[in-house]
Design a protein around this ligand. Structure first.
Ligand code: ATP
Ligand code: MG
Length: 841
């Protein structure tokens, strides 16, 4: 199982993994930890991330960015319609009515759903994680803005599935940040003490999120959250773009908004300027060469002026801060720290406002860009059975109050009930009891549409099927479990009918007061109690994603309270599970998700083939340039003049071909072309390499010969060090050394008569084999240790060094295989194969 956290930002994405005992944000193929949320479509392939970002100007109509907030939205949604006007690429309506993105791909006009586009991005991020971890990745935790509604969340879950990811939890960005903050804190108050309240502020490119969280040792509890979904770094960019459009209109008579390419460049430059202004308060220039109609434009701005222009945006900073404090019923003195994250939180005027509101210095202990991804990876590690993480319980909240509506015969009309109030703990299940004779439907909706950053309060309709009356014709008791799950998504997760049985008929005796009830639609709410156990609890792999332990149903508790059970006769019952038909707001059908998965697979394959084709082409190009240089450089003397001319001509022909017929060929054509060229080039290169390596190989052999000769000489002169060696064996060494010397001299002699353009008389490999042969024959004989001499005990104590004296390293040539130093590699420890363990301490 993989432990991966993914922050899919509006502008940039981050991937964090659990590795080597900690959480690490990993870099992409450009060694960058941030990957632009950008997908570019071409005639032969797609590019994603940094490669796509590079095409924002050159292929602007088919390069898609800023699509995060189209998730779960209809094409006609007011947000989509208003965003559409400022996009350089086209949007289109999907057959389902949802938002699609219209681009030219593979030389055809295509409309991709937003789930498909995000899946393309996720495919890239998945690959980044796989490259870093050197293994396949599926399990992960993905972040979403806390203000996402169900439709938006479900759309992201579908995107993950299309990309082949198993999203264990959709984590609210705010909650991910609180986890990244809290889990490392050693000094949190004990569980029974007053919690430490910390406010978190995240200002990203598209959204502004504030939350307040209570920390105790081993747990965090979100208290409240607030947001402004219409405030982010991009709005500050927009102010700058409008300012310069106006200025350039007056100064240069340019209508910038009519030229998508110019507009894209202006956005890029304005964003750079905005960042520079965060660090510098003096006048700063904005210059763009050949901006439009070959005109170079220049402008300037300073922070003071920028802040004046952004007064309207800056005024929006305070409301969510106020809202969380009010919701959580906290006073400013109750706040221990205010942590800020998100790229746009670096704008000094934003920091100033937040700091002023709380009357305290802001804290920046987290990595402002990576905290969300790191929090997600931590959550994934907690969910993974393979990692040991300090136990930490996470209680999130329901962001919008959720109500259920149903037809009620007793009350003659619609009844409704708020099942999850705002800031109710999540994930959470509740059991509702109905009395019904026939199937019935429940409609779930957000009951405060005004606060939704989404135009439609509908969540979905759930039909509880196969409801039948009791045998005596009375209403049946139907228990319906409603749930806000780990992804923050509402569902009617199960329903069951309690069938009353005649005595001795049932299997599950149960005391109940419901027998004989006449009401048609009375509802009891039986709240789950939340166990103190928490998320940190390890469970079996299947249950992990559900954090079921937080949701132990206390079914029956309430019944007992108002059931005078002692007096009631015992009624036997049987529980029958009932099917539920869901009709969720803007939910992709399973068939469509499967089709998109299949298509994503095909597109991945197409990208791979195109990459291979391109690589094959580049290999030919590189070989041509490399050889052309070398033929007049290092290889010059290893090729005859006529061969060189032929080869140079072939290289030139190939270069011309690459810009002509060879511009666009199949992969195999390039492979064959390279092979043809190599037929000419390879022998020359080999002769060069042989000539380079040969002297070193002869030196090595010579060194071995000399060393063994020295030992033979020392043995003959009866040096004490060698007197234990065997005479016959030493004769063998003597002979081997002489033979090797004769071989070497004859080969050196033959080689000296050869021309550089001819095949060498002896190959480096042969010389190395000779060295090895000499070593294998002689080394075991000459390195035999001297027999041990018994030393009297008291003498022994005075000795510090080795008893048999120093090893004569000088006279012991290293193995040719080990290299001169004779180093050996320690065998891999058995520990290396163990499952990694991570202690977040
Ligand atoms: P979101 O959270 O809305 O989905 P995101 O996660 O992609 O978006 P971030 O990466 O947190 O957004 O922030 C990007 C924004 O921060 C951009 O608008 C960028 O220009 C802005 N930004 C980054 N650095 C600075 C800086 N030094 N000064 C001002 N703005 C900055
Ligand atoms: Mg973000």
């Amino acid at each position: 199982m993989s432990v991966v956290g993914i922050d899919v930002g509006f502008q940039s994405c981050y991937v964090a993994v659990a590795r080597a005992g900690g959480i690490e944000t990993v870099a992409n193929e450009y060694s960058d930890r941030s990957t632009p949320a950008c997908v570019s479509f071409g005639p032969r392939n797609r590019s994603v991330g940094a490669a796509a970002k590079g095409q924002v100007v050159t292929n602007c109509k088919n390069t898609v960015q800023g699509f995060k907030r189209f998730h779960g939205r209809a094409f006609l949604d007011p947000y989509v319609q208003s965003a559409k006007s400022s996009l350089v690429y086209d949007l289109a309506q999907m057959p389902s009515g949802m938002t699609g993105i219209k681009v030219m791909y593979m030389e055809e006009e295509k409309v991709f759903s937003i789930e498909q586009v995000t899946a393309m991005l996720l495919t890239k991020l998945k690959e980044t994680a796989e490259t870093a971890m050197k293994k396949p990745v599926a399990d992960c935790v993905i972040s979403v803005p806390s203000f996402y509604t169900d439709a938006e969340r479900r759309s992201v879950i579908d995107a993950a599935q299309i990309a082949g990811l198993n999203c264990l939890r959709l984590m609210n960005e705010t909650t991910a940040v609180t986890l990244a903050y809290g889990i490392y804190k050693q000094d949190l108050p004990a569980p029974e003490e007053k919690p430490r309240n910390v406010v978190f502020v995240d200002l990203g490119h598209s959204g502004y999120q504030v939350s307040v969280c209570a920390f105790n040792k081993g747990k965090l509890k979100m208290l409240a959250s607030a947001f402004d979904a219409e405030l982010g770094g991009k709005d500050f960019d927009e102010v700058l773009v409008n300012h310069f459009c106006e200025e350039f209109g007056k100064k240069y008579k340019l209508d910038v908004k009519t030229k998508p390419r110019a507009l894209v460049r202006l956005y890029q430059e304005c964003e750079k300027l905005k960042k520079l202004m965060s660090a510098n308060s003096s006048d700063l220039p904005l210059n763009i060469e050949c901006f439009m109609n070959d005109i170079d434009v220049t402008g300037k701005l300073n922070r003071g002026h920028f802040e004046e222009m952004c007064a309207g945006l800056l005024a929006k900073v305070e409301a969510p801060l106020h809202s969380v404090m009010e919701q959580a019923k906290l006073k400013k003195e109750d706040i221990y720290a205010v942590e800020i994250v998100g790229g746009a939180s670096r704008i000094p005027a934003v920091k100033e406002r937040v700091s002023k509101f709380f009357g305290k210095e802001l804290s920046t202990t987290l990595n402002a860009d990576e905290a969300v991804a790191r929090g997600c990876a931590l959550q994934c590690a907690i969910l993974s059975p393979a990692f040991k993480v300090r136990e930490f319980s996470i209680t999130d909240v329901v962001h919008y109050p959720i109500s259920l509506k149903w037809n009620s015969a007793a009350e003659e009309g619609l009844s409704d009930c708020e099942v999850f109030p705002r800031n109710h703990a999540a994930p959470f299940s509740k059991v509702l009891t109905f009395y019904r004779r026939e199937p019935f439907s429940l409609e779930a909706y957000y009951n405060n549409p005004k606060e939704l950053p989404y135009p439609d309060p509908t969540i979905g309709q759930f039909i509880v099927q196969k409801v039948v009356p009791q045998a005596n014709g009375e209403s049946s008791k139907v228990k319906v479990k409603v749930r806000v799950n780990v992804h923050g998504v509402f569902s009617v997760s199960s329903a069951s009918l309690v069938e009353l049985l005649k005595p001795n008929e049932g299997e599950e005796p149960m005391e109940t007061d419901s027998a004989g009830k006449e009401e048609e639609s009375k509802m009891q709410t039986e709240q789950d109690d939340q166990k103190a156990k928490g998320d940190g609890q390890k469970d079996d792999a299947d249950k992990k994603s559900e954090t079921e332990e937080m949701e132990t149903s206390e079914d029956g508790k309430q019944e007992k309270n108002h059931a005078p059970s002692a007096k009631k006769p015992k009624v036997k019952t049987k529980t029958v599970e009932l099917p539920i038909e869901n009709s969720l707001h803007w939910q992709l059908t399973n068939d469509l998700v499967n089709l998109f998965m299949e298509n994503e697979g095909k597109m991945i394959m197409q990208d791979k083939l195109e990459k291979e084709r391109n690589d094959a082409k580049n290999n030919v190009e590189e070989y041509v340039y490399e050889m052309r240089d070398k033929l007049h450089g290092v290889l010059e003397k290893f090729v005859s003049e006529s061969d060189r001319d032929t080869f140079a001509l072939r290289l030139e022909d190939t270069e011309n071909w690459l810009y002509d017929d060879g511009e666009d060929q199949q992969k195999q054509v390039y492979i064959d072309k390279l092979a043809e060229l190599k037929k000419l080039g390879q022998p020359v290169q080999e002769r060069y390499i042989e000539a380079e390596e040969r002297p070193k190989a002869f030196d090595e052999l010579g060194r071995h010969i000399q060393q063994y000769m020295k030992i033979v000489e020392a043995y003959k002169t009866k040096e004490e060090q060698y007197e234990h060696l065997d005479e016959l064996e030493m004769l063998k060494v003597d002979k081997q050394v002489n033979d090797a010397m004769i071989w070497m001299n004859s080969k050196m002699n033959a080689q000296s008569k050869q021309n550089f353009t001819q095949e060498p008389a002896v190959k480096v490999q042969e010389i190395q084999a000779k060295t090895k042969e000499l070593y294998s024959a002689c080394n075991p004989i000459v390195s035999k240790p001297k027999p041990k001499v018994e030393i009297p005990k008291d003498e022994k104590e005075e000795q510090n060094g080795p008893i048999n004296g120093q090893e004569d390293t000088d006279a012991q040539p290293g193995s040719p295989e080990k290299g001169a130093a004779g180093s050996t590699v320690a065998p891999e420890s058995a520990e290396g194969n163990k499952m990694p363990e991570m202690d977040i301490d």
